[in-house]
Design a protein around this ligand. Structure first.
Ligand code: GCB
Length: 606
C-alpha cells in the first residue's frame, strides 16, 4: 500500500459525498480529514507560534508499536517519564526547541539536509467557550502531518503548502493542554510535488499555528465576485449543512445589508446591486469591509471587486486590456535563510515587485503564505497562484490525482475571495503525454467548477524547431491563458540570439512568457559574454526585450525570478553554492544589475 494512500483515498470519498468536516477517534485507523475555515486570518485566535519542543525521529519509533496512524500510544500521547514508572524513552519537555513558524532545516545545522519524521510539542493554556467548536489551525506543514491534542489524534493531512483546520472540540480541556504534531517531509514518487524539484524540500510547521473557537454554526466559506454588469454575486457556506439559517452580508460603504437563507447544503446565495462601486485595480486597489453573519458567527473580510476575462489574445481587467508586467517569486525569506512566513517577508518581496513597476506576480510553484495574497490585494498586484504539479509526477496514480485535487481545492477555498488572484495555475513544465493531459484536464474541470470567475493557466515548456517556437502542447486548448517558459540565452543559444526567434499564437489566446532569465552571482562582474556575471544576466534580459517587442500578441511577462533561492541541484562552488542564482536580487537582498534593467523596461511598458 503506498505511503499516503489512506489519507488520499478518504479525501476522494469525502469529495464524492461532498461532506465537510469530521471529528474522529484516536483508535480509528482511518485518516481524519481536516476542515478549512473561511478567512482564518480575520478571526480572533490564540497564536501557538513560538518555541516548540522537537524530537527528530528518522527511524519513526515515535509511532510506537501500533504504527501510524493511530499511534496514540507513541509520542502523540506526550507522557512525562518518571523514574519509578514504566520505561519511557522520550521526553518532550527535556528536548530542545525550534521556532514555529519556520522550517527545521535552517534552524539547526544538523537538520539542514534532514528529510523524514520530526515531532513537535507544545503545552498551552486554553479556555474553550461552551457551545463552540475549537479548532487547531495550521497555515502549512510540509508534508505529511498528524496532530494530537491531549493524546487524542485530531487530524491527518498531506501536502506542504495549503492550510488546514483540525476540529479539537472533544480533545481540548479547560486549562493546560498538550499538542503534538508529527511532520514527515520524506519525498515520495506519488506525492505532489514528487521526488525532484528545483527548490529545497523545507520540512516542518512552516506557517502560523493557532487555536480558536467558532460558534456551533459557523461560516466556513464566504466569497463575493463582481459581474460584468456591475452586480455582485456571492455565496456563504455555513458548516453543518442546515437549511433555513439566516445569513447576512453587510457592506456599509455601499449601503448593502441583505439576508438570505441557507439551502439544504448550508449555502446562502446573494445577488447585490451596489449603486456606486469603485472597482479594484492595480492603480486603485480599493477594498471594502464586508461583514458576514450567520447565527452567532461573525466574520469580516476586506474585499476588492473587479472582473477578469479574456477576449482573443487580450486579458481584460474590468473590461479593459491589461499587459501583465510580472516577476516570479519563490516562497523563501529575504534577508534570512528558509521559508517566508512573516508580514515583513511579504512586504519586502512584494515591495521589490512594486519597485520593478510590476502589476503582476507569479507565486511559483505552490500556494504561498496567505500574507502574500492579502498584501497583493492591498498593494494592487495581480497574482498567478499555482499548485505543485511540477515536472513529472505520477500521472496514472489515482492517489496522486486525489492529492493534487485536494491541494487545488484548498488553494481556491483560501483565496477565492481575493481580488488580486486572477489566475489559477494547474501545473509547471509537465511533459505532454496522454496520462499527463488527462490528469490536468481533471484539475481544470475541478477549478472551473469551484471557481468559474477566474482564468485557468499552466506554465508550459516551449518547444522550438530551429528558431521557431512551436506552441502545440495538447493541454493549451483547455486553458484560458497560455504560460510559456523559455530560457533563450541561458539553456539554449546566446543572449543576443533572442530577437531572431519567431513566435506565433496559433490559438489566438493570451500568451504570458511565464519564465525567462539567466543566473548571475551578485557582485560578479565581467564581460557580457561570461556566464554568471551580472553583465551576462543583463544581456539576456536585453535580448529578451528585443524579442518581446516583436510579439504583438503577448499579454504578459513574468521574469524568472525576483530572488535567488535554495536548490539542491545547483552545486557550482563559489557561484551557486546550493542556490539557483536567477534572482534579480541575491538571497542576501543585494540587487543585481538586471533589477534596474527590468525596472526600466517595465517603466516603459506602463
Ligand atoms: C524552470 C522551472 C523553474 C526552475 C527554472 C530554472 O523552467 O520552471 O522551477 O527553477 O526553470 O532556473 O531552471
Amino acid at each position: 500500500m503506498p505511503r499516503r494512500r489512506l489519507s488520499v483515498s478518504l479525501f476522494r470519498f469525502l469529495l464524492l459525498l461532498a461532506t465537510t468536516s469530521t471529528l474522529a477517534h484516536a483508535e480509528d485507523a482511518q485518516p481524519i480529514q481536516p476542515t478549512l475555515l473561511a478567512d482564518i486570518d480575520h478571526r480572533p485566535a490564540m497564536s501557538l507560534n513560538g518555541p516548540w519542543h522537537i524530537i527528530v525521529d528518522p527511524y519513526k519509533g515515535g509511532w510506537g508499536a501500533e504504527g501510524k496512524p493511530p499511534g496514540a500510544h507513541g509520542y502523540g500521547a506526550d507522557r512525562q517519564p518518571s523514574p519509578d514508572g514504566p520505561l519511557q524513552e522520550y521526553s518532550f519537555v527535556a528536548s530542545p526547541t525550534i521556532h514555529v513558524p519556520g522550517d527545521w532545516n535552517t534552524q539547526r545545522p544538523d537538520l539542514f539536509y534532514y528529510e523524514g519524521l520530526l515531532w513537535y510539542e507544545r503545552i498551552f493554556d486554553y479556555h474553550p467557550r461552551t457551545h463552540a467548536h475549537t479548532i487547531l489551525h495550521v497555515g502549512a506543514s510540509n508534508y505529511e502531518t498528524h496532530a494530537f491534542v491531549n493524546g487524542v489524534r485530531v487530524c491527518d493531512h498531506v501536502g506542504g503548502f495549503t492550510p488546514f483546520d483540525c476540529e479539537i472540540t472533544s480533545a481540548i480541556r479547560e486549562g493546560q493542554n498538550s499538542v503534538v504534531i508529527a511532520v514527515d517531509n520524506q519525498r515520495a514518487k506519488e506525492d505532489v510535488p514528487t521526488l525532484k524539484t528545483d527548490w529545497w524540500n523545507y520540512g516542518g510547521l512552516t506557517r502560523d499555528v493557532s487555536v480558536l473557537d467558532v460558534p456551533e454554526q459557523y461560516i466556513d466559506d464566504a466569497w463575493l465576485h463582481l459581474n460584468n454588469d456591475g452586480t455582485i454575486d456571492g455565496e456563504v457556506h455555513v458548516a453543518g449543512e442546515e437549511a433555513g439559517r439566516d445569513v447576512t452580508v453587510r457592506i456599509a460603504e455601499l449601503k448593502i445589508d441583505v439576508s438570505a437563507k441557507t439551502d439544504d447544503k448550508g449555502r446562502a446565495h446573494f445577488h447585490l446591486e451596489p449603486a456606486h462601486l469603485e472597482r479594484w485595480s492595480p492603480e486603485h486597489p480599493r477594498l471594502y469591509r464586508v461583514e458576514y453573519a450567520a447565527g452567532a458567527d461573525r466574520l469580516q473580510d476586506d474585499v476588492g471587486f473587479r472582473t477578469i476575462a479574456v477576449e482573443g489574445d487580450r486579458i481584460l481587467l474590468n473590461g479593459k486590456p491589461i499587459f501583465l508586467r510580472g516577476v516570479n517569486i519563490q516562497g523563501e525569506a529575504p534577508f534570512r535563510d528558509g521559508r517566508a512566513y512573516s508580514d515583513a517577508d511579504a512586504q519586502t518581496l512584494l515591495g521589490w515587485a512594486k519597485e520593478l513597476h510590476c502589476n503582476f506576480v507569479r507565486l511559483a510553484h505552490y500556494p504561498h503564505d496567505e500574507r502574500m495574497t492579502r498584501l497583493a490585494d492591498r498593494l494592487g498586484i495581480l497574482v498567478w497562484s499555482e499548485i505543485p504539479v511540477y515536472w513529472s509526477i505520477d500521472w496514472s496514480n489515482p492517489d496522486t490525482l486525489a492529492v493534487a485535487r485536494q491541494q487545488l481545492d484548498a488553494m481556491i477555498h483560501r483565496d477565492h475571495n481575493k481580488a488580486s488572484v486572477i489566475l489559477w495555475s494547474m501545473s509547471n513544465e509537465t511533459p505532454p503525454g496522454p496520462e499527463r493531459t488527462a490528469f490536468l484536464r481533471e484539475l481544470i474541470a475541478q477549478a472551473r467548477k469551484e471557481d468559474p470567475t477566474r482564468l485557468i493557466t499552466s506554465a508550459i515548456v516551449t518547444k522550438f524547431h530551429d528558431k521557431t517556437a512551436v506552441l502545440d502542447d495538447p493541454i493549451a486548448p483547455d486553458l484560458d491563458v497560455l504560460g510559456y517558459n523559455e530560457y533563450i540565452g541561458w539553456y539554449m543559444g546566446k543572449p543576443e540570439d533572442a530577437p531572431a526567434y519567431t513566435w506565433e499564437d496559433p490559438l489566438h489566446k493570451p500568451v504570458i512568457l511565464s519564465e525567462f532569465g539567466a543566473e548571475a552571482k551578485a557582485g560578479l562582474h565581467g564581460p557580457a559574454t561570461r556566464r554568471f556575471t551580472e553583465e551576462y544576466q543583463a544581456a539576456v534580459y536585453q535580448g529578451q526585450f528585443a524579442m518581446f517587442d516583436k510579439m504583438p500578441f503577448l499579454a504578459g511577462l513574468s521574469a524568472w525570478l525576483l530572488m535567488d533561492f535554495r536548490s539542491p541541484t545547483r552545486q557550482l562552488p563559489d557561484i551557486q553554492d546550493g542556490f539557483n542564482r536567477k534572482g534579480l536580487v541575491s538571497d542576501k537582498g543585494v540587487k543585481k544589475q538586471s533589477f534596474s534593467v527590468l525596472q526600466d523596461y517595465y517603466a516603459r511598458k506602463q
